[in-house]
Ligand binder design. Sequence first.
Ligand SMILES: [Zn+2]
Length: 345
Amino acid sequence: MAETTLKSARACCECKDVLQMRLTTRLKRSRQMVRLVRPHELVPGDLIYPIFVREDGRRFGIPSMRGQSYLSLESAVKTCRQVVDLGVPAVMVFGVVKKKDTDASIALRKNGFHSQIFRRLKREFGDDLVLISNICLCDYTAEEFCVYSEKGKVLNEKTGEMLGKIAAIHAEAGADVIAPAAMCDGQVRHIRSALDREGFEDVAVMTYIKTDSCLFQPFFEAMTLSKTPRRGIDSSKFRTDIINEKMFMQKVDLDISEEADMIIIKPALTNLDLILRVKLKYPAIPIAAYQVSGEYAMIKLLGEYGHLDEKVLLMETLNSIKRAGTDMILTYHALEAAKLLEKAR
Ligand SMILES: [Zn+2]
């Protein structure tokens, strides 16, 4: 029966149905044949490793993200050496400062901790490692607000202006890319104009577009100095509604219209359809997806409990994120993934 079907398919090769009748097993004859016909393949060069560097120099495991550690500036250099050696081209830097203040003005200090990180890493690695600076007010404000607000209203312009000033300071210290995480309207416009004004026209802006999600929780615990949960403005005011893809695309449109060079979509797993939408609408804009802390923890814990193989699940998720249309993936598993990819070649 199968023979007849194939013969009739060949007989009418003009017919579109021929594609549906083709045996897919031919393309799966061997592992290398499978590799050969892939339209894209995940490589270490697609990965970005997020690192947490502490100003107090303390090194210890991050309780909410088992397997990840806080780094001192010195140990960050060692970790980045590993990153470079594994062929991973970039790190996303999160600085954990010793002390925060009410209005984030400590972010403007001369030679603040973030500047020290970028200066040191740039001196050590030059152009061998892309340094991405995550910029948000919550890194500096005691109440850990991401934006300035008044009576529950986000102050977009005031927040954007401050982010622009911080961006120029980090660029001056050696950051290659600025990644604003506050999600306020106008942040890309303010940052772009501050960078251009200060002579950093060649520093790129990689803007975050986030849907509201509980998957950020382990990260917040990692970045929160006090044990108390964040207070203040509701995060849904500056993230987009996960149910509403139109709201998400409006934010993408806005940030691209303000000259964002690249965008980061997060979380990754809950937004695979949105990655594809952005890819189809803006094929020329590089897209990153962030496999966030909650996704990391799910993979890690399922492996630790023996429910699934951590490595297999990791590669399945990363490949699905790549297939959805991303050019880059931020993942806390970047080092493990790079090793697995190297082994699989
Ligand atoms: Zn924030």
